[in-house]
Design a protein around this ligand. Sequence first.
Ligand code: FE2
Length: 189
Amino acid sequence: MDLRVATDAKWVDLVLNNIDRFIIDHAQTKRKSAHAAMSMLTYYPDKQNLVKSMLTFSVEELQYFQRVMHLMHQRDLTLLPDEQTPYINLLCQHLRPQHDEYFLDQLLITSIIEARSHERFSLIAAALGEGDLKDFYQSIAQEEAHHSSLFANLALHYFSHEAVTIRRAQLFTAEAELIKNLPIKACVH
Ligand SMILES: [Fe+2]
C-alpha cells in the first residue's frame, strides 16, 4: 500500500496485551470516519461522484461501528470519552489552505490513514489465534484496503495523475516521519 515504514512489532505486542482498549479505540475510529465522510459530503455538495462515494463509505463505516459495538457488548465493554488522536491531528497539519489543494490533501490523507489501518489490522489478524476475533480483523483489514483505494481513486478522478503522484509521495513521507516519532499506544493510530 506504499507505506514508507512498517509498524513496529512492539505495537502488535502492546495491542495483544491490551486488546479490550484497542477494540474500544477501534469503535471510536469507525464513528469518526463515518462522521468525517458525512462532513465531506456536506462540504462538497456539487461533486456528485464524491457525494455518492462518501454516502456509501459512511454507511460501511457505520456498519463496522455496529459490528465493533457488538464485539464490545460481548466483552462487557463501554465506549470511553473521545480523545484526540495526535497521528490524525499532525497529518491534518499538512492540509494546504487553498480550496483545490485542501480537497486533494483531504482525499490523499484519508487514503493514507486507511492504508495504515489496513496494515495494522492485518498485523493484528496475523498475530491472533484462530477464532472469531481473527476472522473479524482479517475482514476489516480487507475493507480498509478497499477504502484506501477508494480515496486514491477519487483523487485521480478530480486531479491530474501528476498532481496526485507528487502530493501522494510528499504525504507518504510525512506520514512515515510521524510513525517513526510518535509513541506507540494500544490504539489503531
Ligand atoms: Fe475504513
